[in-house]
Write a protein that binds this ligand. Structure first.
Ligand code: PAF
Length: 289
């Protein structure tokens, strides 16, 4: 695996592959890699001729300085995992390489995400999606991949990036890879490393509650009552503090309140577990083809 720390070096190294029209797959990450990221790498390695991963802990998408400083960093282990899974290039820049003109400049600054950023992470983490759109637009401009691989765990992030790609008319396809889970259902996340043993055990309840909501929706129960029941169940646990549980329609991320489903119906939540804020979602009712 070739490691590049600057956009210039990466572009130089990729020039030949681009000239030959090779299909480049790109997996953007913030490091502290785990099996969830490896599912993205595997998806790229199996469907593209070249796989580029990036590791950049993007300061502009953190709305809490403490979350940014506590974000786990495991550079050596990350390299080993990427090599073992067949990644060809790792782009690991510093802030100056990503934001050479300062971090106020963003190709995505003028975009309108409408209802996609109004609720959930958009409402609870001010500025988060502006930072995500800023860094992903910059990374896409540097890597110029044919396919961008994203994890379903960040459902709202996927919706925002899809909208960004459409609005900026970027020549890239988006592949979404299913969430990888621990045996008790906890979605893999870099932040899970910060959970103590009791918190780790408690975190298993998050997916059980989402699954209960999904089963209730399939049975035709009232979405709002299901949201409240899941919130209450998590609130009762001494180590969990849920921020939201929302049932929404996949195409606009607006609340689903019952009736025929126009698109897939999803339930998502954010839950504080000790010092860590976790997010997860489940597709409750798939879209009607
Ligand atoms: O999902 C993430 O890890 C980040 O939001 C991303 C897409 C790498 C942008 O920094």
């Amino acid at each position: 695996m070739i490691i590049c720390t600057t956009a210039a070096e990466l572009n130089e190294r990729l020039a030949g592959a681009r000239k030959e029209g090779q299909r480049i797959g790109f997996v953007p990450t913030m490091g502290a890699l785990h099996r969830g990221h490896m599912a993205l790498i595997r998806a790229s390695v199996t469907s593209c001729e070249l796989t580029v991963a990036s590791i950049f802990v993007n300061p502009t998408q953190f709305n809490e300085a403490s979350d940014l400083s506590a974000y786990p960093r495991t550079p050596r282990a990350d390299e080993e995992l990427l090599i073992a899974h067949g990644c060809d290039f790792l782009y690991r820049p510093d802030v100056a390489d990503i934001y050479p003109n300062g971090d106020q400049e963003s190709a995505a600054a003028e975009l309108d995400f409408g209802s996609l950023t109004e609720r959930m992470e958009g409402a609870h983490r001010p500025g988060h999606f502006a930072g995500v759109a800023q860094v992903v637009s910059r990374l896409l401009d540097i890597v110029k991949p044919r396919v961008l691989f994203l994890g379903q765990k960040d459902y709202q992030q996927v919706a925002v990036i899809r909208s960004m790609v459409r609005q900026l008319d970027l020549p890239v396809m988006i592949e979404v890879v299913e969430t990888v889970r621990e045996v008790d259902g906890l979605a893999l996340s870099s932040r899970n490393r910060r959970l103590g043993p009791q918190e780790r055990k408690a975190a298993g309840l998050i997916n059980r509650q989402l699954s209960a909501v999904a089963a209730g929706l399939l049975a035709g129960w009232d979405p709002e009552k299901l949201e409240t029941a899941a919130m209450d169940a998590m609130q009762r646990h001494p180590l969990l503090n849920p921020e939201y549980v929302e049932v929404f329609t996949g195409h606009n991320l607006l609340p689903y309140r019952g009736g025929p489903a126009a698109a897939e119906i999803v339930v998502a939540c954010a839950v504080h577990c000790g010092p860590v804020r976790l997010i997860d979602n489940r597709i409750a009712i798939p879209s009607n083809p």
